[in-house]
Write a protein that binds this ligand. Structure first.
Ligand code: AHM
Ligand code: MG
Length: 343
């Protein structure tokens, strides 16, 4: 279960994310400090993004930027801002050689071209951006890979076209009623809440465990007629109390980070199955499904595309899509059973 660290002793000094990362880094024998410096680039960017998200209605920061990204989706001003901030923060870290973003068609080689660079970061700078203008939670997702041996700056996409099991760290930031960052380096999942008084992410949830079963399912039911039958049978079972005897409620925000954050905390299941308009699923493997799947598994949950474990998928393209079903063990087992029966 989630342990509330802050309530343990209100007078103990807060443990910041920076201190926590340094502690985690000691698990790696060859740790040089560069990995914690890399992660500090992400927390710095997150603080800047959250500042603009919080003031979005005040400046001139709402609405369309007037261009489309590589997916053909219109870019919001905050998408562009968040992307610039992530790139600027990470480009100054010499340990980072390559970046890939939802907002950029190609993988980006960092101008320093440092021979000591050994990490690649993939990210969605502001996920769920259709929710920005209506003041609903949005988020940032990221995933970190080590540079594969023998790969250089001539082939930047090879730095990031790695299956999810190769992630060395992943996380997300949810800009909700508070700003929370959740991350894993493969030794459990930890959550940090931004304390606006001191401007630091402070450990608020250590060793987060996803409950084995929840009471919410999360799916865009407007598309139900175009889901494969197995998903509809499973949804019927949820609705009729046939999954662990639970009476389910539905919750769907339309921001993956927020929908997953609730699923991580409360248990249950999030689904974005194949649909007629998105037969390969809508969500992107590298910077949406992979970090969420890594965190889910580290917290005791499961994540599948419907046909295979998300973390085992070997990507062929930076913006490749996948169906994503992620959640608690009981719901995931019940869905697997329906999928095995076929359509
Ligand atoms: P985005 O990256 O363009 O913001 O799209 C991803 C978002 C996810 O956050 C969310 O889970 C999904 O799109 C919602 O899609 P839909 O509106 O089709 O239900
Ligand atoms: Mg996105």
């Amino acid at each position: 279960m989630i342990r509330q660290m802050l309530s343990a002793d209100p007078h103990s000094p807060p443990l910041t994310i920076q201190q926590h990362i340094i502690k985690e880094q000691q698990r790696f024998p060859d740790a040089s400090g560069e990995f914690s410096f890399l992660l500090s680039g992400i927390t710095l960017a997150a603080k800047q993004i959250q500042t603009q998200v919080r003031r979005a209605g005040l400046g001139n920061f709402l609405g369309d930027y007037g261009s489309e990204n590589v997916q053909g989706e219109s870019q919001q001003k905050l998408d562009v801002y968040a992307n610039d901030v992530m790139i600027q923060s990470l480009a100054s870290r010499e340990s980072v050689g390559v970046l890939a973003s939802e907002e950029n068609e190609q993988a980006m080689v960092m101008p320093h071209r440092s021979q000591t660079a050994r990490y690649a970061v993939v990210f969605d700078p502001l996920d769920g951006s259709s929710n920005i203008d209506v003041n609903v939670s949005v988020g940032t997702t990221f995933s970190i890979f080590r540079k594969p041996d023998g790969v250089d700056f001539e082939n930047p996409e090879q730095w990031v076209l790695q299956s999810g099991v190769k992630q060395i760290a992943a996380g997300y930031v949810v800009y909700g009623s508070s700003t929370v960052m959740v991350y894993t380096v493969g030794h459990g999942v930890h959550g940090f809440t931004l304390d606006p008084n001191i401007g630091a992410f402070v450990l608020s949830h250590e060793n987060i465990r996803m409950p084995a079963q929840g009471k919410y399912y999360s799916v865009n039911e407007a598309y139900q007629k175009s889901f494969p039958d197995a998903y509809n049978r499973f949804i019927s079972k949820l609705q009729s109390g046939e999954v662990g005897g639970t009476d389910y409620s539905s919750r769907y925000i339309g921001s993956l980070v927020a929908d997953f954050h609730r699923t991580l905390w409360r248990g249950g299941i999030f689904m974005y199955p194949p649909t007629k308009t998105h037969p390969q699923g809508k969500l992107r493997l590298l910077y949406e499904a992979n970090p969420i799947a890594f965190i889910a598994e580290q917290a005791g949950g499961l994540a599948t595309s419907g046909s295979e474990r998300i973390l085992d998928i070997v990507p062929t393209g930076i913006h490749q899509r996948t169906p994503l079903i992620v959640g608690s063990k009981v719901e995931m087992d019940s869905l697997r059973h329906e999928l095995e029966l076929g359509d």
